[in-house]
Design a protein around this ligand. Structure first.
Ligand code: ARG
Length: 476
């Protein structure tokens, strides 16, 4: 007799080859195995508690499930496409091991609540791992900032040189974006931290399932309120993919800056050899591939978010088979985001800064023109609009003659306006002074940089505490 499906009772014919090939998810959802087994162990303990399994039956089931986990861990487990998904693969192996007893495990449970639970457990554990990596990245930013409170580089708007900034300020600007990412991933963790088992297929179950017991046993913080909603919604995945997309967008901007700043025209930064590649034809090349790949992966991650949103849109409640496809974008994003965090961290740690090249651009870009105008206002009593005009003419003259604000002779300045020959001119265009005058909270002055590094460290301490607390909560 042909082997029957676990759900094959009411069928006369087995599924076609197409049905098997289109329906299988084992090729990707095996990723969930440890969480599936964890959920099943708790479920079996709960079944014992409510008198459906005897103590020895439960023990055998738990031992069998642990053995299956070891088989999968070690790569010995044989996944069969006929078993459709990870849930049925584990259950059918359990039945192989325990005979009819294995068939008792699915009492009071549906794959609809099971898969939703597995994914929540998976997200929790992956978010924990992501937060560990992110904490590392945050420390890398701070380390780089501390090494460069004195270094001055150009700050841009419209990719036109705008004003001098401390390099520490620049590194910390990316740090704070990643702090928000960290906090958003904490929110993802909270969102996923819910017990949905007991929801059954959609309506609840015909057994006295002890959901509070399951909640505690799985170290979850709350129980879903509505069984229909519990098996229908994928908000925890949306939220994960959004947090991931936001992180990728943040770091794609840094990657773009790395690509620009390591190019010959800028040369502010250099990446270490181990993070770059050569060209098979052009011997002189050193390409910033890590930065480019992460920039490229950003599209992939945003695509995953779009994939999921569109997949769920307009589907009627509750579960629909479409949802089986939710795992592909999720798993892929987990991998891409981890790689990307590590990649950014290594670039941050490895960047070498070349202040002399930054200085060349700062001069070329007339980066202290605003400071000069402000000095005309404050020291010389010239109205701002007129000061703007005078400095504008000075810049025009310099550009035409190939000067910058630092090397234009005093006599030529005097032709534009007598006030520009004042001895205060030099100090007014100084890069250091320009930075240090931005002495507002959050500004680029040296002292504010020192202050901001302290604040950044305090933030990392606060976030590390939160991470520790979820790490200890996760441990049963
Ligand atoms: N493999 C399925 C999924 O990932 C499990 C749930 C199947 N439920 C069902 N009613 N066929 O969504």
């Amino acid at each position: 007799m042909k082997e029957k499906k676990l759900w094959g009772g009411r069928f006369d014919a087995p599924p076609s080859s197409l049905m098997i090939r289109i329906g299988e998810s084992i090729s990707f959802d095996k990723e969930l195995y440890s969480h599936d087994i964890e959920g099943s162990i708790s479920h079996s303990r709960m079944l014992k508690r409510i008198g459906i399994l005897s103590e020895s039956e439960q023990r055998k089931i738990e031992t069998g499930l642990i053995q299956i986990k070891k088989e999968i861990d070690s790569g010995k487990f044989e996944f069969k496409i006929e078993n459709e998904d990870i849930h049925m693969s584990v259950e059918s192996r359990l039945t192989e091991l325990l005979g009819d007893l294995g068939k008792k495990l699915h009492t009071g449970r549906s794959r609809n609540d099971q898969v939703s639970q597995d994914v929540r457990l998976y997200i929790k554990s992956e978010v924990e791992a992501i937060l560990v990596l992110l904490a590392d990245l945050l420390s890398a930013w701070i380390g780089k900032a501390e090494a460069h409170t004195k270094t001055i580089i150009p700050g841009y708007t419209h990719l036109q040189i705008a004003q001098p900034i401390r390099a520490s300020h620049y590194f910390l600007s990316h740090f704070w974006a990643n702090v928000r990412d960290f906090e958003d991933f904490l929110d993802v963790y909270e969102r996923a931290d819910e017990l949905v088992l007991g929801s059954g297929a959609l309506a609840g179950v015909n057994y006295a399932t002890d959901r509070e017991f399951l909640r505690k046993d799985l170290a979850l913080s709350r129980i879903s309120e509505n069984s229909i909603d519990a098996v229908s919604q994928r908000d925890h995945i949306f939220k994960f993919l959004f947090a991931a997309s936001q992180f990728m967008i943040h770091v794609s901007r840094f990657c773009e800056e790395i690509i620009l700043y390591t190019s010959q025209e800028f040369s502010y930064f250099k990446l270490p050899d181990h993070l770059t590649t050569g060209s098979s034809i052009m011997p002189q090349k050193k390409n910033p591939d890590v930065a480019e790949l992460i920039r490229g992966k950003t599209g992939r991650v945003i695509g995953s978010l779009t994939h999921l949103l569109v997949m769920v849109k307009g589907t009627p409640l509750s579960y629909n088979r479409d949802f089986q496809e939710d795992k592909l974008p999720l798993f892929d994003t987990v991998k891409q985001i981890k790689l990307s965090i590590e990649g950014v961290r290594d670039m941050v740690l490895g960047i070498q800064v070349f202040p002399e090249n930054a200085l060349r651009s700062l001069r070329l870009g007339f980066s202290t023109a605003t400071d000069l105008a402000d000095w005309l206002v404050s020291a010389k009593g010239i109205p701002f609009r007129s000061a703007h005009e005078i400095v504008g003419e000075l810049v025009k003259h310099c550009s035409a003659k190939g000067y910058d604000l630092f090397n234009i002779p005093s006599g030529e300045r005097g032709q534009i306006h007598a006030v520009l020959t004042d001895p205060g001119y030099e100090a007014a265009i100084s890069l250091e002074t320009s930075c240090d005058k931005k002495d507002v909270m959050g500004g680029t002055s040296f002292l504010r940089q020192k202050e901001q590094i302290k604040r950044a460290k305090a933030k990392v301490n606060e976030l590390t505490k939160k991470l520790k607390s979820i790490e200890s909560k996760g441990k049963k």
